[in-house]
Design a protein around this ligand. Sequence first.
Ligand code: SF4
Ligand code: SF4
Length: 359
Amino acid sequence: MSQEVYRQLLEVMKKRGGEYSGMDLPEFFAMVEEMFTPQEAEVNNALPRGPVTAKDLAGQMGKDEREIEAILETMANKGLCMAFKVDQTNYYQGARFMPGILEFQFMPGKITERDKKMARLIHAYEKAYDQKTDRVKGAFPTARVITVDTLVKAGNQVHTYDQVQSIIDKSDPISVTTCFCRHAAVLREEDIHGMPNDTCMQFGPSAQFSIERLGGRKVTKQEAIEVLKRSEEAGLIHMSQNTTEDIGFICNCDRWHCFTVKNVLAKPKPGLYFNSGFEPHFDADLCTACGTCIDRCPPEALTLGDQDIPVVNLDRCFGCAVCATGCPTEAIAMANKPGFPAPPKDGKALKEALKMGQS
Ligand code: SF4
Ligand code: SF4
C-alpha cells in the first residue's frame, strides 16, 4: 500500500490547494515519504477540510476508533493536521501544505537530525516546484491575484506597526513561535545575519493550536508588542494572509528567507501583489538624505531624488513602513493609499470581492 498511499496523497494535496499544493515530482515523494508514515498518509487522505471527530473518521474509514484517534493525535503533534477542542471533544481537520503543514514542521524551533533532513527535503521540493511554476506570470499565492487597483488582493497582506498593535489589543490568547522560514534556513546551515527568529505570532484559535501542538509560547500583550518592536528594529515586514478582518497569524518576514516575499519580489510590480494600504510621505525639511530608508526598504522601492529627498516607486512599495520606523529624523509619515479597498469582513465577502474582481 506504501507507494499507492503516497500517490493518493499527491491527489489529495492537489485538491486542497494553497501554495506548494502537490506536484508529481520525485522531490514531492521524497518529502512526503519522510513526513508521513503510510498509516498517517492514509488518515491524511481520508481527512476532510472541515472538522471531524476520530469516531466519525474511523467510521468512514471502517477502522477502529482508538487506532485512528492515536494516529490523529500523533499527526496533530507533528503538525500534519489541525486539531482543536470544542466542549471537551477533539476535532481534527486536513491541512494544506502552505499555509499549513510545511510551516508547522519548523514552528517548534527544534534542531534535530530529522528536522535538518526535513528542511532539506522541503527546500528541494519548493525549488523543484518553483522551477515548474512561472512566478512572474502565475497566480500568487493560493489561487489568483487581483491587483490593488482592481478591487481586493488575494493572498497575503502587509501590515503596519499600528495595525498589528490593534490586532494584539483585541486578541486572546496570543502565542509566539519560531519563524519557519528563517529556522528552515538555520537547519540548512545558512546564515540569517543575526535577525530575530522567535517572531511568528498567532491569535485566538490559531494561538490555541500552536500552544497545544506546536510548542508555541503563550505571551501577554506586552510581550507580543516587544516581539513587534524587535522585528521593527530589524526591518522585518509584518505580514498575514489577506482573507478577512479576522487575522489568525502575523509573520515578521525578511526579504532573503521568506518564500512569500521572495516570490512577490520576482514580479515586475511587487507593490500590486501585497500591500498594507499605506504609502510613505517624506518631509523635505526633516530629511537629511542619510539614505537609511533606502537601505532598509525590502522591495528597493526608494531612490534619492533630485531634491535630495527619497522618491517612492509605488509599483514596488508594500506600504510596510520599514522606512518610516528606521528614519532617524522622523521625516517619513505613512498615509492612506488613495482608493485602497478595505479587507472583506468574512470569507463570504472575500469570495464576492474576488468574483467581482474577475469580471
Ligand atoms: S531615513 Fe529619513 S532622513 Fe534618512 S533619507 Fe530617509 S527620510 Fe531622509
Ligand atoms: S518605501 Fe517604505 S513603506 Fe514602501 S516598501 Fe519601502 S520600506 Fe516599505
